[in-house]
Design a protein around this ligand. Structure first.
Ligand SMILES: C[S@@+](CC[C@H](N)C(=O)[O-])C[C@H]1O[C@@H](n2cnc3c(N)ncnc32)[C@H](O)[C@@H]1O
Length: 186
């Protein structure tokens, strides 16, 4: 079901704790938003230097000097030179990626980070049966997909030694339980 952008931009902030994401974005950041969707977050980020949104379904025409949308598969996109970015957003993308590819994608992304780079991962937290069922149902209706929950514990256990966990918490709005992991390369 394709929700018109105007309605999506009004509804999504009701279930997504946007401030908890933008809190970790520094001024003058060069941001890459992987799985950016309709670019909702761009409306909430201030004082950034550049923003690039990458998504299979984004509209590449909405680009300007320092804002670019690229229609691409995020997995393949990681093969590009990512040096110009210092802030990486992965917001509700991972549950759309097959389980066997989730760690390949995240490990590749983490290994491409440079000193001081920030990676913000936010995904659905299947903390209990009700939230898990509701989020699976929601995504099935909206995206016609069975979602793949990320094992955050496994990800944390296998982080390279030079990756610092800046934040690790969950935040619930209604039946939407969000898991946040904010990483920094040291
Ligand atoms: C739940 S939406 C999140 C959108 C946005 N990050 C937000 O928080 O509003 C997930 C997005 O991931 C995109 N997506 C899923 N798999 C992808 C892939 N392999 N490469 C690029 N985008 C992908 C979908 O097209 C969709 O727009």
């Amino acid at each position: 079901m394709e929700i018109p952008q105007k309605i999506y931009f009004k509804l999504r902030p009701l279930i997504l704790p946007i401030k908890k994401i933008t809190n970790y974005i520094q001024e003058e950041a060069n941001i890459i938003d992987l799985g950016c969707g309709k670019g909702l977050l761009l409306n909430y980020i201030i004082n950034f230097k550049s923003y690039t949104g990458v998504d299979l379904n984004t509209n590449p025409h909405h680009s300007s000097n320092n804002v670019k949308f690229i229609k691409a598969d995020c997995l393949a996109f990681l093969d590009n030179n990512l040096n110009k970015y210092n802030t990486f957003l992965v917001i509700d993308l991972i549950h759309h990626i097959p389980v066997d590819t989730q760690f390949i994608f995240l490990n590749k992304l983490i290994s491409s980070l440079k000193l001081g780079d920030i990676l913000i991962i936010k995904d659905i937290n299947p903390r209990n049966f009700i939230y898990k069922f509701w989020n699976s149902f929601h995504d099935f209706i909206i995206s016609k997909q069975i979602i793949n929950y990320l094992d955050f514990e496994k990800l944390k256990e296998n982080l390279p030694g030079d990756i610092q966990i800046l934040a690790n918490f969950h935040s619930r709005i209604f039946l939407y339980d969000h898991y946040f992991l904010v990483l920094k390369k040291c």
